[in-house]
Design a protein around this ligand. Structure first.
Ligand code: NOJ
Length: 559
């Protein structure tokens, strides 16, 4: 059953899935809703609270479904509307919510709106898109897909005009100055919420409006519209959420939360590369600095923390120097680079070092926000940098060591993309079945961390205070919520490290390690010394001294 708490998203563990990549139910080589339904037990077993589905609408698939040709249908290859509803019922029955991508900013050029719009200046749909007779308008707007696009304008010979697009040239931007567009997208949203969806990951929200002389991002008009979207949800669809994809600096993302009346959640984009920088350099500064620059958000809002997703590991929110460092460290081979970023999965980025994989996951599980796991990263799936665009991180989920990794029983040649088959990350060695069969695999570890996280609302809801012990290789923070105090200690270095903590404030309490429940020596006024293995971490619950000197019914002296 679903939790009834309207703030459920503050404690939730999210899991990102591409329908086509997860499980193929009908054997055509493409994942579908039927296949997905069959894997819900797995997601429930893992402890997932909310699935985020990538676009599954009809599309020419030139941007893997983000080029939507019809907002109100399901692409044939993924299933029918009935199957979507059945999937939602089955997910809800297991206590799992589902949000989907709402691609507000643009459509495919194959959408009937665009087909009609381009056909004549008199078309009633002409005003659905942004046209110009020259390609210099809005010249201050940057180009996002620098690998493929030279301009944000493309000449359409049929329309005899340039049309505006912030992404691929086959993805014309909708014109939000047009009230009909604003209304059509509100109706799209209502349509899907009426099917039972629990909310949306709203794609590319900074770019909805354009204004001359600006960079055409984060404009006040955009916020006004998004607040209207939120009002609609609050009035008719309580408990549903909006998650913003706004790849911006924290100060620019902050307005997307409004006064708690715009988005419920937003991805923390700039934190993500800094987690990688921190572990690579063995230095906590990049991570703490990012939090120093992260403003407070309203109490009913939440950050979404992630390590990887279906796109390149974006380096847009990095300085030139940081970018060079990230490329040098994580993408020396140019084949690994896409746009301003790195198209690789978590395990290969971290050289398949289980200690580093655990460490980074531990950070996203314990820093303020709700974690999102990218499908397959829970088993340490690899990537295929030979594939075009971002396909290398979108290969079939690896379930077993059988044909096609258990993803599909089709002829391997029919798979939508080849399954990873190299000796290290190939499905014969990395798959769910074998990791479920053994107790200490990455998958079992992820399940355990998720379980422990859920036992302590302080992870999702607590405040954060960073401690600054002398050893800068160790990142230490305290999360407080109601009467719980958690102490999180992470060694970012590849060698064992000692750390002396000033825990005077907690003198008398006993740190209890959350995974094994071992009790550590009691905290006193003196420096508290911990030693950590290379890339080691502790999740400690600072259990206060009981007034009668008892601790969990055991005499303190017994400790
Ligand atoms: C953001 C999506 O995450 C990405 O995959 C897509 O290419 C762009 N939006 C453009 O639609």
């Amino acid at each position: 059953m679903l939790s009834t708490d309207p703030l459920w998203y503050k404690d939730a563990v999210f899991y990102e899935i591409h329908v086509k990549a997860f499980a193929d139910g009908n054997g055509d080589g493409i994942g579908d809703f039927q296949g997905l339904i069959g894997k819900l037990d797995y997601l429930q077993w893992l402890g997932v609270d909310c699935i985020w589905l990538l676009p599954f609408y009809p599309s020419p698939l030139k941007d893997d479904g983000y080029d939507v040709a019809d907002f109100l249908q399901v692409a044939e290859q993924y299933g029918t509307m009935d199957e979507v509803r059945h999937f939602l019922d089955e997910a809800h029955r297991r206590g799992i919510r589902v949000i989907v991508d709402l691609v507000l900013n643009h459509t495919s050029d194959q959408h009937t709106w665009f087909q009609q719009a381009r056909s004549s200046p008199q078309s009633p749909k002409r005003g659905f898109y942004v046209w110009s007779n020259n390609d210099r308008t809005y010249g201050k707007a940057r180009i996002i897909f620098i690998d493929t696009e030279k301009s944000n304008w493309t000449w359409d010979p049929e329309a005899k005009a340039f049309y505006w697009h912030r992404f691929f040239s086959h993805q014309p931007d909708l014109n939000y100055d047009n009230p009909e567009v604003r209304q059509a997208m509100l109706e799209t949203m209502a349509f899907w919420l009426d099917q039972g969806l629990d909310g949306f990951r709203c794609d590319a929200v900074p770019y909805l409006f354009e204004r001359e002389g600006t960079i055409c991002e984060n404009l006040p008009e955009t916020h006004t519209y998004l607040k209207e979207v939120r009002r609609k949800i609050d009035v008719a669809y309580q408990g549903r959420i909006l998650l913003a994809e706004a790849n911006q600096w924290p100060t620019d993302v902050r307005p997307y939360f409004g006064d708690g009346d715009e988005f419920h959640m937003a991805f923390h984009f700039p934190l993500m590369p800094r987690l990688y920088m921190g572990v690579q350099s063995g230095n906590r500064d990049p991570i703490i600095d990012m939090f120093t620059h992260t403003p407070e958000i309203p109490p009913n809002c939440q950050w979404c923390l992630f390590l990887r997703n279906h796109d390149e590991l974006t380096l847009e929110m990095c300085s030139g120097e940081e970018r060079d460092y990230m490329y040098y460290t994580y993408a020396r081979d140019p084949k690994m680079r896409r746009n301003i970023g790195i198209a690789r999965r978590l395990a290969p980025l971290l050289e398949n070092d289980r200690r580093k994989i655990e460490l980074l996951n531990s950070l996203v599980f314990t820093l303020p926000g709700s974690p999102i796991i990218y499908y397959g990263d829970e088993i340490g799936m690899g990537d295929n940098v030979q594939l075009k665009d971002r396909d290398g991180v979108r290969t079939p989920m690896q379930w077993t060591m059988d044909r096609n990794g258990g993803f599909s029983n089709c002829d391997p040649a029919r798979l939508y993309l080849p399954v990873v088959a190299d000796p290290i990350y190939g499905y014969q060695s990395v798959n769910v079945e074998s990791q479920k069969a053994m107790p200490h695999t990455l998958l079992q570890w992820m399940k355990q961390m998720i379980k422990v996280r859920k036992q302590h609302p302080a992870f999702g809801r607590g405040t954060i205070t960073f401690l600054r012990p002398a050893n800068g290789r160790v990142l230490v923070y305290v999360r407080r919520h109601e009467d719980t105090t958690l102490l999180l200690v992470h060694n970012l270095a590849g060698s064992a490290q000692p750390v002396e903590l000033d825990l005077k404030e907690f003198a008398g309490s006993t740190p209890v390690e959350l995974l094994g429940e071992a009790r550590f020596p009691r905290v006193t006024e003196r420096p508290y010394v911990l030693t950590l293995a290379a890339y080691g971490y502790y999740w400690l619950n600072l259990v206060p001294e009981h007034p009668r000197g008892e601790f969990y019914g055991i005499e303190q002296t017994a400790l």
